[in-house]
Write a new protein. Structure first.
Length: 143
């Protein structure tokens, strides 16, 4: 007997809403069997859903996820799918590294601004109340 799942089963298992499942179905990413008005999902649908959610979690668009799913079906032992995933994942890693660098640069710049403003205020005899002193900001900037 083939293992099947209801919309409630998958929604509960993956902590998503039934509406999300219907959305993926509307986009052609899932194709459950219909029994009357009930949707019956197969193990294949469950595996696709897992891939969709993982792809979204790591920053892939639905179009990229759909491309990966379609490559699974070409029958080359998943080689094309693996190569596509590797290219996309490598690109995503580079993008995230750039974003991290931009964030680190912003933190350093903001820390310098805070230090300058704090020094200026101290020079005017007004004690700033920023909630953290320079050492704490410097430590936070190093993270």
């Amino acid at each position: 007997m083939t293992e099947t799942y209801t919309i409630t089963d998958l929604a509960t298992e993956f902590a998503i809403t039934p509406r999300t499942l219907r959305f993926y179905e509307d986009k052609g990413l899932l194709a459950p069997e219909r029994r009357g008005s009930a949707r019956i999902y197969s193990r294949r649908d469950r595996a696709r859903l897992k891939l969709i959610l993982r792809g979204k979690r790591i920053g892939f668009s639905l179009a990229e996820v759909q491309d990966m799913i379609e490559l699974y079906d070409i029958g080359d032992g998943q080689v094309a799918q693996a190569k596509y995933l590797l290219r996309r994942a490598t690109g995503r890693i580079q993008k995230l590294k750039k974003q991290r660098q931009d964030i680190n640069d912003s933190i350093r710049e903001l820390t310098g601004v805070c230090d300058q403003v704090e020094a200026w205020l101290e020079g005017r005899g007004k004690a700033p109340d920023f909630g953290r002193d320079r050492a704490e900001r410097a430590a936070a900037a190093a993270d």
